[in-house]
Design a protein. Structure first.
Length: 268
């Protein structure tokens, strides 16, 4: 598809959204608020990520379309309110990308991806300082991010100010300390304290993930998917044996789990 076709399809999709929002359009689309679309936007973004993991090009194409629709819908609502237009959005992001890639569009020289990342952060910091507002360290980290991802980004940002452990073993020691505090909290039977100490454990595990260069959100997602796969296999095995859910105990199910685990290990 050439650029002219892209422009035509984009214009047609924007026109479709305008029709949906018009007085004689769709009642449901007309009553949507920005907050509503924000929720759909987040859901569609997660579905895009799911398709990336599945390596399904057709599924990815569809989900990217759904995500783009929500973005254009938000832009149309902003245009209706007189806040900004889709043109403003496109111009703004194009100018930002040019500004943040001086090694491509300017005369800055870089020799590694690390230098590119460092320059990006420096330019981003200057952009924040130029805005007429109080500078806050964590301004660039959305509060609506998933908890694990947000924690990892925040601790990584704090590390830039040297508020961090020096070694991985120190993080492991902290994790053991937090586990001890959690055990003590359980013994106190104080539910509020139990929740707090459990949060401290999770937060420390996120730091441990960062120290071993693992994305905590991805790691937990992969483990959850693994659990779903193995548990589904257990249910299928039990069904094949004519055993209904709940008719077998943990010991038998654990044995099946280990069988499935061994089969997966051999298949690798």
């Amino acid at each position: 598809m050439d650029n002219e076709e892209v422009y035509q399809e984009l214009a047609a999709l924007v026109a479709l959204i305008k029709k949906l929002r018009a007085p004689n359009g769709c009642p449901w689309d007309k009553q949507q608020k920005k907050e509503d679309i924000g929720k759909y936007l987040l859901a569609e973004a997660y579905e895009v990520i799911d398709e990336l993991a599945e390596a399904d090009s057709q599924g990815l194409k569809e989900e990217l379309g759904d995500l783009l629709f929500q973005i254009l819908f938000l832009a149309e609502m902003a245009d209706e309110a007189g806040d900004f237009s889709l043109t403003d959005v496109l111009t703004g992001i194009r100018e930002k990308m040019i500004r943040r890639h001086p090694h491509v569009f300017g005369d800055v020289k870089v020799s590694s991806t690390e230098e590119v990342k460092e320059n990006w952060q420096k330019i981003k910091a200057r952009e924040r300082e130029s805005k007429n507002r109080e500078k806050k360290i964590f301004d660039g980290i959305p509060r609506s991010l998933p908890a694990l991802l947000r924690a990892q980004k925040i601790t990584g940002e704090a590390a830039q100010y040297h508020f961090d452990w020096e070694t991985t073993n120190e993080v492991i020691d902290k994790l053991n300390e937090e586990l001890g505090e959690f055990i003590a909290a359980r013994q106190s039977n104080n539910q509020s304290l139990i929740k707090e100490e459990l949060g401290d454990i999770l937060f420390t595990v996120v730091n441990l993930s960062r120290f071993v260069n693992v994305d905590a959100e991805t790691a937990l997602s992969q483990t959850t998917n693994k659990f779903v796969r193995r548990f589904s296999a257990i249910m299928a095995t039990l069904a094949a044996r004519g055993i209904k859910p709940g008719e077998t105990g943990l010991k038998e199910m654990d044995a099946l789990w280990n069988e499935i685990k061994k089969k997966e290990a051999k298949a690798k």
